[in-house]
Design a binder for this molecule. Structure first.
Ligand SMILES: [Zn+2]
Length: 311
């Protein structure tokens, strides 16, 4: 397997991470009580598993997707009625089954796994969205992609044993309604990514047996944002403004999925926010943000104020 020397992997329980998990479970209960939608965002790979690596800038998938996931987390956290959790917050590896378990234990309403694509052919480019399929992949490329993404646990070097409830869920295959919901959300993502210049979006919702989508009872999609092995797209992904736009488009897809397509997205101003910071967070220019909200560039904002965000 991938030319690595033989090694002994010792799984040590990390009390700090476990405490964070328990703390988060408390906040999940509170969020549920308030009637919030719970979204789990999964940045693929991490730690020993770098994911795909770019040809020119040598960008690593694990870092790109963590950046997008964090931006999306920040954007959605400024939105009332939505509570967001990340499966990993930094550069460490989380086994695929554990990611599924986090979504399940948090009773997520939506699970999004973020990746970047790769191919030996440097001309391959564009974005695509995937849902789970137990029956097999929609095409050969999707099957190979799922195989590669599923190999993460081998590279990440962590062994994970699902608890009994997760096992039971994994064997319950009568989840057609969840699949339909996943497809509805995937189409919203396609609709938004269509406007993400200059990416070319695959218009079909593809299916493949991705291990990380196997929560089955939670609408789940995997987004391949762009090809890190393509020169132009690697350059795009290296830009924080572009990553903020990718996150912003995902945020719009999420809001429209839960609240309807006519719903507009806005940012609730927090203490310490500035117009410039907010514009950066969404990948907008200061001018775009101020014009949209009919305020001057030097205008003041106050905590609690709602600013429109539009692309
Ligand atoms: Zn990946």
């Amino acid at each position: 397997m991938n030319n690595k020397p033989a090694r002994l992997v010792i799984d040590v329980l990390n009390p700090k991470k476990d405490d964070i998990f328990k703390e988060q479970l408390k906040s999940v209960t509170q969020a549920r009580k308030k009637g919030n939608k719970i979204i789990v965002i999964d940045a693929g790979h991490g730690g020993e598993d770098p994911g795909a690596i770019g040809n020119r800038l040598k960008l690593k998938e694990k870092n790109i997707v963590l950046s997008i996931a964090r931006l999306l987390h920040k954007q959605l956290s400024a939105y009332p009625g939505i509570t967001v959790y990340l499966t990993r917050k930094a550069d460490y590896y989380v086994p695929l089954g554990r990611r599924v378990e986090i979504a399940r234990r948090y009773h997520a309403d939506l699970f999004i796994s973020i990746h970047t694509n790769a191919n030996r052919k440097k001309s391959y480019r564009g974005s695509s969205v995937y849902c789970l399929s137990e029956k097999g992949a929609s095409d050969k490329a999707s099957r190979l992609l799922a195989k590669r993404e599923n190999a993460s646990d081998l590279i990440g070097g962590t062994i994970w044993a699902p608890d009994n409830t997760t096992k039971a869920v994994l064997f319950d295959i009568s989840q057609t309604s969840t699949h339909n919901e996943s497809v509805i959300f995937a189409k919203k993502v396609i609709g938004q990514f269509n406007k993400l210049y200059p990416l070319s979006m695959d218009q079909r919702v593809r299916t493949a047996p991705f291990a990380v989508l196997k929560s089955l009872c939670i609408p789940s999609v995997l987004v391949e944002t762009a090809f890190v092995t393509n020169k132009q797209e690697e350059k795009l992904l290296s830009s924080k403004i572009f990553r903020a736009k990718v996150a912003g488009r995902l945020a719009v897809a999420i809001i429209k999925y839960f609240y309807g397509s006519k719903y507009n997205i806005y940012h609730t101003v927090k203490r310490g926010d500035s117009l410039w910071k907010i514009a950066q967070l969404y990948g907008l220019s200061l001018q775009q943000l101020t014009k949209l909200n009919k305020i001057s560039k030097s205008g003041t904002i106050r905590p609690g104020q709602k600013l429109r965000i539009k692309y």
